[in-house]
Design a protein around this ligand. Structure first.
Ligand code: MN
Length: 496
């Protein structure tokens, strides 16, 4: 047993309520059901699915999720108003997160009431919700800026009137672990207490863990830390901090965390920062050449969490720090067998991309390797010079000098655009040698962005023989020329 925490810590996930209050996020009932199903599956105890008073769509979501029979308590946010509580009960929720402002600022400015009015509202609402058969979590909004004796007063009487649980809300993210040591223990003695934190100053995780150490028994969390403004306490961070740093066994199926995180990011349309703890793209990515060597020999040298724990894989990417040994290792793993000359060409292209500030992913590496390995050692056609000009007041024109079987040959051609002009001039220049046709032309921007690596795929034919060839460069025209020349050489050498 871990003495720091209560024995069965619980999680209330509010991705579908507070998380949905992230500016710009709106989920339909089916999307909410998909996320709720995954939340229940991963081991969340209570799912706050929305706010019944907010809209008909919210109510439908509550109904759909309540009817799904998930193995989790289905909770909905309500104000201390009978009409909100009626909607929660009528649409099938198991419990209510009954929120009442407790700071003088909120009571005076938002509610325009007195402390006594607000306390009476809260207690009557608790009694009413209990009369409607709901489990009640009575929640003090802006509790971290409230007079703590008033919070204790509202909570103590609230529990006497029937509240099952309590919640301390750090609504604007101003708690500190030091304040928590003062505020939380007396409240946790009244009834099971939840902690609800916001990340305005980046303290949400630390505050949540501190509250759990000081007697709170449930953490309010959201997947990926979604939520109003800077967001709520990230679910994945609390779980992994407990598991890894405090050696506390949660009942969460951690190996599903990455899948859940990706699902929520996709459905909400909120991308993850690449360096986000636990679930960010770079969280288990090493650039080869720096730490990769150590990680390959012994992962714990540069990893505090095993990626498999959350259903991820370690990735080694290449960049300007990569040596030829690590590039070769990566290529061998992908079943490429470059010659020394080809390897040197691949390494130099990776370093060029790295110097231009880019990472080289596995897909990028494959594109580069395909392009380089397609270049013949003793090609029939060698490129000596290539120029293309285009603009708003001219016909795109390309000129090329090729060395074909030792003979220099220069040509020019126009086209519908610079790429077309490039393709035309290459075909025209070798027309005397062979009749090669361009059957298909395709471009992929591998990593996105106008300065990214571009992969051009061409399908060429000669005398009924068809081959596919690729070029990979940051310059689309040079990638096209590279793909064409590599393909033409293969057709001319008969190596289709
Ligand atoms: Mn909140």
């Amino acid at each position: 047993m871990n003495v720091l925490f209560v024995e069965n810590l619980r999680f209330l996930d509010t991705t579908l309520r507070d998380g949905e209050q992230t500016p710009g996020v709106s989920l339909n009932p089916n999307q909410k059901l998909e996320i709720a199903t995954k939340l229940a599956d991963i081991g969340i105890d209570v799912i706050e699915v929305g706010s019944a008073a907010a809209s008909p769509g919210e109510r439908e979501a509550i109904r759909v999720i309540s009817d799904a029979g998930l193995p989790a308590e289905i909770c909905t946010y309500v104000r201390a108003l009978p009409q909100d509580i009626d909607l929660a009960a009528d649409y099938g929720a198991d419990s209510v997160h009954l929120v009442i402002p407790v700071s003088d600022l909120h009571i005076a400015k938002k509610m325009r009431k007195t402390r006594d009015d607000v306390a009476q509202m809260a207690w009557s609402a608790v009694e009413y919700a209990k009369s409607r058969g709901l489990v009640v979590e009575l929640s003090g909004e802006d509790a971290s800026r409230a007079d703590q004796s008033f919070v204790r007063h509202v909570f103590t009487e609230g529990v006497q009137r029937g509240a099952d649980r309590l919640c301390f809300c750090d609504t604007v993210g101003v708690l500190t672990p030091e304040k928590i040591m003062q505020f939380i223990p007396p409240l946790a003695k009244i009834a099971p207490l939840s902690i609800h934190c916001h990340d305005d100053l980046g303290f949400a995780l630390a505050n949540t863990i501190s509250a759990l150490k000081n007697g709170a028994s449930c953490a309010h969390v959201t997947v990926n830390g979604l939520g109003e403004r800077a967001g709520n306490t990230p679910f994945e961070e609390v779980v992994m901090a407990l598991e890894v740093l405090y050696d506390y066994r949660t009942h969460i199926r951690t190996e599903e965390i990455y899948h859940l995180s990706s699902l929520v990011s996709r459905l909400t349309g909120v991308p993850l920062p690449v360096n986000k703890a636990i679930v960010g793209e770079m969280a288990f990515t090493h650039e080869s050449g720096i730490h990769a060597h150590g990680v390959i020999r012994e992962p714990s040298t540069y990893e505090s969490i095993k990626p498999e724990m959350i259903g991820r894989n370690r990735r080694i990417v290449l960049g300007k720090h990569s040596g030829s040994a690590s590039v070769e290792a990566a290529l061998t793993e992908m079943k490429y067998a470059p010659t020394d000359h080809q390897l040197a060409d691949i390494v130099s292209r990776i370093k060029q991309l790295g110097d231009a500030g880019k990472r080289v992913s596995d897909t990028d590496l494959m594109a580069i390797a395909d392009a380089v390995l397609a270049i013949e050692c003793n090609p029939v056609i060698r490129l000596q010079q290539f120029t293309v000009v285009s603009g708003s007041s001219m016909i795109p024109t390309a000129s090329v000098t090729l060395n074909i079987n030792g003979q220099e040959l220069t040509g020019a051609a126009t086209g519908d655009g610079p790429v077309d002009a490039a393709m035309q001039v290459l075909r025209k220049s070798i027309a005397d040698v062979a009749d090669i046709r361009l059957e298909e032309y395709h471009v992929d921007a591998i990593s996105g962005g106008t300065d990214a690596l571009v992969e051009v795929t061409v399908r060429l034919s000669k005398d009924g023989k068809i081959i596919t060839s690729r070029g990979a460069r940051t310059d689309i025209i040079m990638a096209s020329v590279e793909a064409m020349i590599a393909g033409m050489n293969r057709l001319l050498e008969g190596k289709a």
